[in-house]
Design a protein around this ligand. Structure first.
Ligand code: NAD
Ligand code: GLY
Length: 369
């Protein structure tokens, strides 16, 4: 289990993996503390590239780079266009080439400042640049703080599907400043709760009651984010490379969700919105195949609605395209599907007993009111 400590309003979650050990620091208004934390971790050279996107850069890049420069770091900034389309091999190559032209080498390090798109893209660049350089995650969305910045999955999409090219590359440090979540538009804030609701569903029944009480109020976020980081960190510690089936539990809702995200075309639907629909399908399949209590299923779907997440599919999104996209997904192995189901709230497992036709039928149930 990860070690968790609290000091002066800041929560530190320490992960211990086979070859890596790093802290996720969750606090309020802590972007400027990066130089202190880099010194604490040690081993960083004074030359870094900061990768951010066109929305986050203007809001927060200065708050990160000014104290770094004051502490003697030379920082080269790269801004990619905001949005899922930037999670591509083309953009990754462009970032690498900018770094090469600017004279970066294996001794430099990278800082990812932004949501899951920037974190996955920049983490992937850090994994492949000169066979791997250290990197720091500074997540600025709910998705990135509770999920994508922790655990070392990095990668890009291809037209064939989500995250099909990538690498495991753990960050050296994650600094999650919850104050940045205040500038998220409502839609982007709410989408992150698809992953939070997923955490409640698979591991933490009492988190669901908390979400029902707190709703979309952006208050007291440090304990909420830290609690989710702890869930994710514990799962990653148990099964870093997704080989034992434990980390696969985090894919709850993602088989159908990724299919929808891919079929919709990147940009139309936010990641969490597609995952919300995937969660609805997975909850319904759990009622049918693992006897999940219908009242729990209804509660989970009601919480998705509370966060204004979609629970039904737009009629112009073709079921055929969704099914085709699912078939290309990593989670379909040789035509069989390993589908994550819930037995009860907080208790998930990977099942080999859900027929692909049942998953396809579950997609059908998503059309309608
Ligand atoms: P995102 O990075 O596209 O961010 C959503 C939007 O919010 C973007 O327009 C961004 O510019 C903007 N934004 C970010 N921070 C902001 C802030 N503080 N204030 C105002 N605007 C801000 O999307 P996301 O939902 O953070 O991440 C989704 C991506 O994460 C997907 O590609 C998904 O596959 C990936 N993901 C990866 C993992 C993993 O384990 N690696 C886990 C979950 C999701
Ligand atoms: N987001 C799924 C994982 O990290 O395994």
């Amino acid at each position: 289990m990860p070690e968790i400590s609290e000091d002066d309003g800041v929560t530190r979650i320490s992960l211990t993996l086979d070859q890596d050990r790093y802290d996720v620091i969750v606090g309020e208004a802590i972007l400027a503390n990066l130089p202190t934390h880099l010194a604490e971790v040690g081993g960083f050279r004074k030359r870094a590239v900061l990768v951010t996107d066109s929305n986050v850069g203007p809001l927060y890049a200065d708050a990160v780079t000014k104290p770094l420069r004051a502490a003697g770091y030379e920082i080269f900034e790269i801004t990619v266009p905001a949005g899922e389309a930037s999670k591509s091999m083309e953009v990754a190559t462009d970032v690498c080439r900018q770094m090469l032209r600017a004279g970066f080498d294996r001794k430099s390090f990278l800082i990812a400042l932004g949501g899951g798109v920037v974190g996955d893209l920049a983490g992937f660049v850090a994994a492949i640049f000169q066979r791997g350089i250290p990197f720091v995650q500074m997540p600025t969305t709910v998705v990135a703080q509770v999920d994508s910045s922790v655990g070392g999955k990095t990668g890009v999409n291809t037209p064939e599907g989500k995250n099909l090219l990538g690498a495991f590359h753990q960050p050296r440090l994650v600094l999650a400043d919850v104050a940045t979540l205040q500038s998220l538009p409502d839609r982007e804030y709410n989408e992150g709760f698809a992953e939070v609701i997923k955490h409640a569903a698979i591991r933490d029944a009492s988190l669901l009651s908390l979400l029902e009480r707190v709703g979309t109020r952006r208050e007291n976020l440090v304990p909420l984010i830290a609690r989710n980081v702890a869930i994710k960190a514990a799962i990653v510690e148990e099964d870093e490379r997704e080989t034992t089936g434990v980390r696969a539990l985090l894919n709850f809702g993602h088989t159908v969700g990724h299919g929808i995200e891919n079929a919709a075309g990147y940009g139309r639907m936010l990641h969490g919105e597609a995952i919300s629909l995937g969660l609805v399908a997975a909850v319904r399949l759990s009622v049918a195949y693992s006897h999940l209590n219908q009242k729990i299923a209804d509660r989970l779907i009601a919480v998705l609605k509370q966060f204004e997440l979609p629970t039904s599919l737009p009629s112009d999104l073709s079921r055929h395209d969704i099914v085709e996209a699912m078939a290309r997904d990593k989670k379909f192995e040789e035509g069989a599907v390993r589908f994550v189901l819930l037995k009860s709230l907080g208790d998930a497992f990977v099942s080999a007993d859900v027929p692909i036709t049942a998953v396809e039928d579950a997609v059908l149930t998503l059309y309608g009111p």
